[in-house]
Design a protein around this ligand. Structure first.
Ligand code: GLA
Length: 355
């Protein structure tokens, strides 16, 4: 008996540390947050022509889309993610059915908290379950394969050459833990986030970024070029002592990538030791490197980071791709969160919902 309904929730993420390391086969330490995207799907009979169709409703925008399951045409905005996810699922051989899909979320769009990965992942889980025979849906999913499929949606349908950080963080999130991800092996180790009474909070810089139109893809190309010049497959294989051979700005980009992976390991050690002062200092060093070497900060981001530090944060930094979006701050127990800051806590990873 095929199932008639399915549902899934996928969280957004905050990357504690480890920025622009994923597509360089480095390390990162993200955690899933409580906010995310919920997708509910209901099977739909084929139309008079026999074509299986998807009807999608983005509740928060009150916008709709409708397209054939087979070879959906390209689109822009949220529709590109929905059509792309459906197309990539079909291409990967997942059995799909025509469906009416309801999308709702509470993670700000385009704000660096991975609203797009949450949408892709929730859609994947819900549509795979709907297409699977009752009883078997979702059980044997390879979550790393789903993350790679979602990255293909970003590359082919959105034009953003992103890595796997956001999708893996959403798929492998765990309550009260961060995910230490090694992008060379895709091995994931959960590091308990025992913050005591310390808090992490995000604040919106007010600036929105668009990966495709931003210099994100350019940064990725620069890292590729740096690897080629050094004769290594990725910057993960490069040695710090080799970087002098690179011209600027490639040298600075590579320096950020190598030092950022080291900071990830130091941050994981600080978390394990409950050393929040050390963690705060690492957030500050990460931000300085992202600003000065990787050049992904903006005046609005700088102002937001400064405001958090002036409010007493022990550390603050831009998160995600940069060029706007949210900034993260770490606050000691006695320090009040400044106005506009929202506390973020590590929440559960993507999961199916009872229909
Ligand atoms: C965006 C991308 C990720 C990652 C970060 C930077 O969030 O989607 O793949 O590259 O930027 O760390």
């Amino acid at each position: 008996m095929p199932r008639e309904r399915s549902g899934a929730f996928a969280p957004g993420r905050v990357n504690l540390i480890g920025e622009h390391t994923d597509y360089n086969r480095g390390l990162a330490l993200p955690f899933a947050i409580g906010e995310g995207v919920t997708v509910r799907a209901r099977a739909r009979e084929p139309g008079p022509s026999g074509a299986e169709r998807i009807f999608a409703h983005a509740r928060d925008l009150d916008e709709t889309d409708e397209f054939d399951l087979e070879q959906p045409p390209p689109a822009r905005g949220w529709r590109a993610f929905v059509r792309g996810t459906v197309a990539e699922l079909a291409r990967a051989g997942y059995p799909l059915r025509g469906a009416r899909v309801e999308i709702a979320g509470d993670v700000p769009l385009g704000g660096g908290l991975s609203s797009s990965a949450a949408l892709e992942v929730a859609l994947c889980l819900a549509l795979i379950q709907l297409g699977a025979d009752a009883g078997g849906g979702g059980a044997a999913l390879d979550r790393r394969e789903i993350a790679q499929l979602c990255a293909r949606v970003e590359h082919r349908w959105v034009g953003a050459r992103t890595g796997l950080l956001d999708q893996l963080a959403s798929l492998f999130g765990r309550l009260d833990a961060a995910s230490l991800i090694d992008f060379a092996t895709l091995r994931i180790e959960h590091v308990p986030m025992c913050l005591g009474s310390w808090r992490l909070a995000v604040v919106d810089s007010g600036e929105r970024h668009e990966h495709a139109s931003s210099p994100y893809n350019q940064r990725r190309a620069e890292c590729q070029r740096a690897s080629e010049l050094l004769g290594v497959a990725s910057l993960r294989e490069a040695e710090a002592s080799q970087l002098e051979r690179l011209p600027q700005p490639l040298r600075a980009r590579a320096r950020h990538v190598l030092s950022e992976s080291e900071r990830v390991l130091e941050a994981a050690a600080a978390l394990r030791a409950g050393d929040m002062i050390a963690l705060g200092a690492l957030l500050n060093r990460s931000h300085a490197s992202l600003r000065d070497c990787y050049e992904v900060s903006t005046p609005a981001v700088e102002q937001a980071v400064r405001a958090l530090l002036e409010a007493g944060a022990a550390g603050a930094r831009v998160i995600g791709g940069g060029f706007g979006g949210h900034v993260l701050g770490l606050f000691a127990p006695a320090v009040a969160l400044p106005e506009g800051a929202r506390e973020v806590r590590p929440g559960a990873g993507a999961h199916l919902l009872g229909a």
